[in-house]
Design a protein around this ligand. Sequence first.
Ligand code: ADP
Length: 192
Amino acid sequence: MINIVLFGPPGSGKGTQAQNLIEKFNLKQVSTGDLFRFNMKNDTELGKLAKSYIDKGELVPDQVTTDMLIDELRKPTDTNGFIFDGYPRTVAQTEALERIVKEELNDKIDICLSLIVDDQILVERLLKRGETSGRTDDSNEEIIQNRIKEYYAKTAEVAELYKQQGKYIEVNGVGGIDEISEKLFAEVEKIK
Ligand code: ADP
């Protein structure tokens, strides 16, 4: 199995690149953002709770997010591996992920692929996405700025942990979608 953490700030293109990676390597994507949005759309208790954080551009608490991730990994699948998109976003989640992947899949995280994009471009991309996505967290610059702030306060240090483990690879996230995908594919090929 190949287990990939796709990392980067909001708007760096994780969702788009995850799609290309799953097709190329037959992986399953686990996106905590998508899982929250599914719950919000269906107005579940988890969805209501998540919405109270997401609409402010804050992170949902670790425990809630991690429990949701465990449920997702327990679903049967015949995948070649997983792409984690939007998780981990804190140091506690990084440690939880290592433990969960070991316990649930008897496996490990192989690589953390990090998409690098300037803040100014992130804001532009997110506002543009907000015009069509219907995502309330993309429609307002203040919320977007708060998400980027959360990223630097809580998420950026996740990169340090993967660096220490020798699993951290940075890829320029600005350019053509396919061009970026090719760079990511090349990194995955190296560890296959
Ligand atoms: P983006 O990549 O554009 O930031 P996501 O779709 O990954 O968006 O996440 C949307 C929102 O869902 C985040 O701003 C956050 O509030 C919440 N969220 C997603 N993943 C996590 C996580 N691992 N921990 C806490 N909150 C999360």
